[in-house]
Every structure is written in structure tokens, then in C-alpha cells.
Design a protein around this ligand. Structure first.
Ligand code: GDP
Ligand code: IMO
Ligand code: MG
Length: 422
């Protein structure tokens, strides 16, 4: 019997999950997504090519693997078709490698409109969602009004008409103008496309594969600080992005979970609204954004940048039960003379290492300062070639976080990845 290893973002998303899933894929037979939807944008680079995946697991490029979209995912058939067709055009036909859970919920055209309408109604308090209908789709799931991929097989038109009517009533009450005629036609056409894929009882399939000794990797989307329960609520996404989400989003028991990879950037970013204690709204923040190309993988939105936050990271490690840490984008700090790391929060004059209930402007980060390494790390292939100051940064972080950093990434390419403690 094999286990499910889980790979999770520990910050506010965009840590580099796609790259690392691709790197780890040769060790697994099955790669699965368990939550989120096309709000994700996971970037992979190899052989001089760059790909961005939204709903499709990042194991799709390493031949012979099974990729599964689990029950916890919300799927937009239009965006799914665009993604799958773009892959086919670039020579990666995934039709026979990808299975979809019957229990995954469908994002309807009206969910997208509702997302925009709710954001407009919030005014300056808006969340800054990706506009993909994620919140309204999960809302329908929890309120027991959702449509699932398996519904395509029976009486679908009737179920759809009922859901649409309900959404139209809400949109009317919000006084939100919209026209979905084109979107709706496109949506129905893409449902036919979706039916080309194997639509399965994924919980049975995954447990069978485990039983038959096939190792499984679960690919998280978003990050722990965007989790609907433990993130910076209400500025979060609408799913459980934490390790426990892999159990409910795949139908595997907690005791089937093996390693938990926790992935973080050597600094920190956030896109959309919401608190960010270590944010740098100055030249240093701009420098990180420029060097790190910190713009949304799909939306192109500017990502807010700041120093690494060890209070938040320790909290995420605790919630997720991280066994192995992975540090990304180390090279982005190559030219910084001094590197800061937030080791505590000062709130009303008192220092704490607890991630508080209210994350607001009263939080003052307390920083440790470390010397930068001031050299190009992008060509480094082995740990022994790391500059002394970078080794010290790793030792400092491991001391504070209490978990080993097993992988270090020094560039976006598959090859720019160094394993430690082998
Ligand atoms: P994900 O959503 O967690 O998969 O991350 P994104 O793909 O949204 O954002 C990560 C970005 O950083 C992508 O553009 C990656 O190509 C890039 N990237 C990943 N690892 C590294 C790294 O070590 N160094 C640099 N410079 N870029 C990286
Ligand atoms: P990946 O998987 C970064 C953010 C949005 C917004 C909030 C809610 O690429 O790391 P939603 O559309 O989910 O209702 O938006 O969550 N957000 C992300 N930020 N990376 C992501 O995914 C994100 N998915 C959602 O910007 O603040
Ligand atoms: Mg991303």
C-alpha cells in the first residue's frame, strides 16, 4: 500500500508549486489536483518552453503518468477546453492521461457573473478575486445547489435551468447588468469536449491505485494563508488549501497521507486585497517584483512583494504538518546586500510569534537581518557550491522553522533545482 504525498503552498499562493510538481513527477505514478480551480496558474519551464496550467495537474508533461482532477476541484469547462487544446497544439495530447472526478463541481457561466457582482457590491472591501466564479461555485456546493461533472450523464438540462434561474434571481436583486448568451453557448459546446475525457469515481480509482502500490502526489493550489478556515479571512479563497483538503478533495483517509512538502519563496508575495504584514511598498518591494517577475501567471496582475514572514510560515507548517520544506526563487535575492526575515510581530507594543486572529495594520514586523550573498546562483548545480551567506540563510531558516529545507530552487527551469540531505 502506497501513500499520498501532498505538496502545498505555505504563503499566499504562487510559490512555484507547478515547477516543483513537474520536477517530482518522475517519482510518482499519479498526480492529482484536490481543490481550487482555474483561479490557479501554475508555471512550468523546460527545454526553453514555458507552460501555464490552471485546472490540469502539473504532472502532465512527464510521460506515462495518470493525472486526476479530484472531487474537491471546481471546473470551468470553457477554460478547461482552452487549456487542453493549447497543450494539444504544443504536442501534448492529454486526452488519455487525464481523468476527471464525477464529483468535481462545475463552474457555470452565471457563477462567473456572480463573482463579479459580489465583488462590485463589496466596493472598496473587495477581495480582488480572480473573477473565475470560484466563490459562488463553492457556495453552491456547500448550500447543496451545485452541479457536478457526473450530472452531465443524466437530466442535465433540467438541473442547469434550475441553477441558472436561481442565479438570475440573485443577480436581479443585486441589480447587476449582464449578458451571458455567448458565454452560455460556448459553455455548452465545451461540455461536449469534456465528455471526451474519462469521467470516473475518482475516490475508488485513487484508493485502488494506492492499494496496488502506485505512489500518488497531490498538488495543492493557492496557499495556506488563503485557506478558507485558517487564512487571512475574509481575504481568502473558498476552499481548504491545507493538507487536510487533500483528504476531502480526493477521498483518501488521513492515515494514507505520507510526506507533506511545504513550498515557500525566499521572500513573500500576495495578489489581490488583504493584509500582508511584511509588505514593502517601497523601492525594495519594487526591486523584488522586477527581478522576480512578480506578475500574475494568468491575469498579469502585479503581485505585492515583501520580506519572508516566519510567523506566518511557522503557522502554516503547523497546520499542514509539513515534513519537507522547499525554498523557491532564492536567486531573486542574489543582489540584495541585506536580507530581512520577520521573526515576530509587535502588536500594541507586545511581541508575539502567534499568527493572530486579526491581521491588520497594528502588526509591526520584527526583523532579523542577514547578510546577502551578492553573487549569481542561477547556475549552481550542487549544494557544495552555495555561497557561504546563502548556507547561513538556510541554516537560520531551518533553525527558526524546525523543518529541513530539502529542495532549493535557483531559477524557473526544471534543471535549476538542487536537492539536499540526499
Ligand atoms: P504556482 O502558482 O505556485 O505554481 O507559481 P506561479 O507559476 O504562479 O509563480 C511562480 C513563478 O516563479 C513562475 O513564473 C515560475 O516560472 C517562477 N519560478 C519558479 N521557481 C523559480 C525560481 O527558483 N527562480 C525564479 N527566478 N523564478 C522561479
Ligand atoms: P496559485 O495556485 C495567488 C487569490 C486572489 C484573491 C483570493 C480569492 O497559482 O498559487 P478567488 O478567485 O480564489 O476567489 O480569489 O485568492 N488567489 C490566488 N493568489 N495564487 C493563486 O493560485 C490564487 N488563487 C486565488 O488573488 O486574493
Ligand atoms: Mg500561480
Amino acid at each position: 500500500m502506497k501513500s499520498v504525498d501532498v505538496l502545498l503552498g505555505l504563503q499566499w499562493g504562487d510559490e512555484g508549486k507547478g515547477k516543483v510538481v513537474d520536477v517530482l513527477t518522475p517519482r510518482y505514478d499519479v498526480i492529482t489536483r484536490f481543490q481550487g480551480g482555474p483561479n490557479a496558474g501554475h508555471t512550468l519551464e523546460f527545454n526553453g518552453e514555458k507552460y501555464v496550467l490552471r485546472s490540469i495537474p502539473s504532472g502532465i508533461f512527464q510521460g506515462g503518468k495518470i493525472n486526476i482532477i479530484g472531487n474537491g476541484v471546481v471546473l470551468d469547462p470553457i477554460l478547461f477546453q482552452q487549456e487542453a487544446e493549447a497543450l494539444a497544439t504544443s504536442g501534448h495530447d492529454i486526452t488519455h492521461q487525464l481523468y476527471i472526478s464525477k464529483k468535481a463541481h462545475l463552474i457555470l457561466p452565471t457563477h462567473r457573473i456572480l463573482d463579479a457582482a459580489y465583488e462590485a457590491a463589496k466596493g472598496s472591501g473587495k477581495i480582488g478575486t480572480t473573477g473565475k466564479g470560484i466563490g459562488p461555485t463553492y457556495t453552491d456546493k456547500v448550500s447543496r445547489n451545485g452541479l457536478r461533472v457526473g450530472d452531465l450523464l443524466h437530466n442535465f438540462e433540467e438541473k442547469y435551468a434550475k441553477a441558472k434561474k436561481r442565479h438570475e434571481t440573485i443577480l436581479k436583486s443585486l441589480n447587476y447588468p449582464y449578458d451571458i448568451a455567448d458565454l452560455e453557448a460556448q459553455w455548452f459546446a465545451s461540455l461536449d469536449y469534456l465528455k471526451r475525457f474519462k469521467i470516473i469515481d475518482s475516490e475508488y480509482e485513487i484508493n485502488r491505485l494506492l492499494q496496488e502500490d502506485h505512489p500518488v502526489l497531490a498538488e495543492g493550489a493557492q496557499g495556506t494563508l488563503l485557506d478558507v478556515d485558517f487564512g487571512s479571512y475574509p481575504f481568502v479563497t473558498s476552499s481548504n488549501t491545507i493538507c487536510a483538503g487533500a483528504c476531502t478533495g480526493l477521498g483518501v483517509a488521513p492515515r494514507r497521507i505520507g510526506k507533506v512538502y511545504g513550498i515557500f519563496k525566499a521572500y513573500c508575495t500576495r495578489v489581490g486585497s488583504g493584509p500582508f504584514p511584511t509588505e514593502l511598498c517601497d523601492e525594495t518591494g519594487k526591486k523584488i517584483r522586477d527581478i522576480g517577475h512578480e506578475y500574475g501567471a494568468v491575469t498579469g496582475r502585479e503581485r505585492r512583494c515583501g520580506w519572508i514572514d516566519l510567523v506566518a510560515l511557522k503557522y502554516a507548517i503547523m497546520i499542514d504538518g509539513v515534513t519537507d520544506l522547499i525554498m523557491m526563487k532564492s536567486d531573486v535575492l542574489d543582489t540584495f546586500k541585506t536580507i530581512k526575515a520577520c521573526v515576530a510581530y509587535r502588536i500594541n507594543g507586545k511581541e508575539t510569534e502567534i499568527f493572530p486572529f486579526e491581521i491588520d495594520a497594528r502588526i509591526e514586523p520584527v526583523y532579523a537581518e542577514l547578510p546577502g550573498w551578492l553573487c549569481d546562483m542561477t547556475h549552481i548545480q550542487q549544494e557544495s557550491d552555495f555561497p557561504k551567506e546563502f548556507k547561513e540563510y538556510l541554516t537560520f531558516l531551518e533553525g527558526k522553522l524546525g523543518v529541513r529545507i530539502k529542495i532549493v530552487s535557483v531559477g524557473p527551469d526544471r534543471k535549476q533545482t538542487i536537492e539536499r540531505y540526499l
